[in-house]
Design a protein around this ligand. Structure first.
Ligand SMILES: C=C(O[C@@H]1C=C(C(=O)O)C=C[C@H]1O)C(=O)O
Length: 364
């Protein structure tokens, strides 16, 4: 068979499969519309909850389990992520505030978690994301909480102390930084590099080795850095793919982060609690009475009940000098019997305990 004939036959196959896909995707969408009706009727006078993080996590996990290849599990789940995002938009487009401006890694995290049909709103600071969620101006917020190279984002943790918003999900993003220039940049005469302080820290060794003498100027975000160099012929920026595309920049060098597995974890914040998905994490915040063995007493029930701790973080309490607040993440949902009894025994021993939320462990 000639190449042309072979291609023609294969393309006819693809056209036929696409017709079936279109029919099936539309059928799925019609089903999601019916789900919306059921949710609206059931909620009566209350605001209906259209977005269901636990159900979305279950759908993605089961897509990955059933994936026969040749796509990787992640690729297959990403496709379904977008199908679900479109289905949810038929019910009600989800409104999400993120730490802006446009082009930040936090925006990338928001898209990864909610898909492209979400309506995303950039905010100027982490506090503003919290406030926007608390005020009900958006359904959810996305904020960075820790980076594998640079550690915790204190500003996010501190906001939880003051705010009553809940954690509804988490998303992890591999962070790749590039050294970027504009059309007008004179590459041999670069004397200044703009970036966010966290990104400078994540690329410190690379910069020391390759651009030891250039001035490093920390700005509010990588996207801000990318924007500034458009008008400065002697400056470069360190930023990621989104900022590169948004501001039409070119990389001099890609993936300059010192650790190739550089990853940031982001939290999804909202106002509702999330039902168990079958593979969940819980975050709590505890203030401890200042007495010997207090931290040991806090952690012992987890050990005794075989619960995995995934993170313990300390912040100074603003109420009293030399007293501390502990942020603890662990595997399990606050509706699990074993978790309930651990939380009861912590509450009996500690000054103050607040459950920030139980939510599905990041699928993608
Ligand atoms: C369809 C539903 O509503 C939304 C859309 C989902 C989907 O497309 O699979 C899943 C959960 C919800 O965010 C549902 O709750 O089942």
């Amino acid at each position: 068979m000639s190449t042309e004939n072979e291609l023609k036959g294969l393309r006819e196959n693809i056209d036929a499969i696409d017709s079936q896909l279109i029919e099936l995707i539309s059928e799925r969408a019609r089903c999601a519309e019916k789900v919306a009706d059921v949710k609206s009727k059931a909620s009566e006078n209350e605001v209906a909850l259209f977005y269901r993080p636990e159900r979305e996590a279950q759908v993605l996990r089961s897509v990955m389990e059933r994936n026969p290849g040749p796509f990787s599990n992640e690729e297959m789940a990403r496709l379904f992520r977008e199908i679900m995002s479109s289905c949810l938009a038929l019910e009600q487009p989800v409104r999400v505030a993120f730490l802006g401006p446009e082009g930040t890694f936090t925006q990338q995290a928001a898209l990864k978690h909610f898909g492209k049909s979400a309506v995303a709103k950039p905010m100027g600071a982490i506090d503003e994301v919290f406030r926007e969620v608390a005020a009900g101006a958006v359904n959810y917020g996305v904020v960075p909480v820790e980076n594998s190279t640079e550690g915790v984002v204190n500003h996010t943790l501190d906001n939880f102390i003051e705010s009553s918003v809940r954690i509804c999900g988490e998303v992890e993003l591999r962070i790749h930084h590039h050294l970027l220039v504009a059309d007008t940049t004179k590459i041999k005469q670069i004397s200044r590099v703009y970036s966010h302080a966290q990104s400078f820290a994540q690329c410190r060794k690379w910069l020391d080795a390759n651009y030891p003498t250039v001035e490093r100027v920390a700005v509010n975000s990588n996207a801000d850095a990318a924007k500034r160099i458009k008008s400065e012929w002697h400056s470069a920026a360190i930023a990621g793919d989104m900022a590169q595309d948004l501001y039409d920049l070119q990389p001099i060098e890609e993936k300059i982060e010192d650790h190739p597995d550089n990853t940031t974890r982001f939290l999804i914040i909202g106002s509702e609690s999330v039902a168990p998905s079958g593979n969940d994490k819980t975050s709590i915040v505890v203030s401890l009475r200042n007495k010997p063995g207090a931290l040991h007493d806090l952690l012992r029930p987890f050990y005794e009940n075989g619960i995995d701790l995934t993170r313990v973080e300390t912040r100074p309490s603003r109420n009293a000098k030399w007293t501390y607040i502990f942020f603890v993440d662990f595997i399990g949902h606050c509706e699990d019997e074993v978790v309930k009894s651990v939380l009861d025994s912590i509450a009996a021993n500690s000054g103050d305990l607040r459950i920030l939320g139980s939510y599905p462990i990041a699928v993608l």
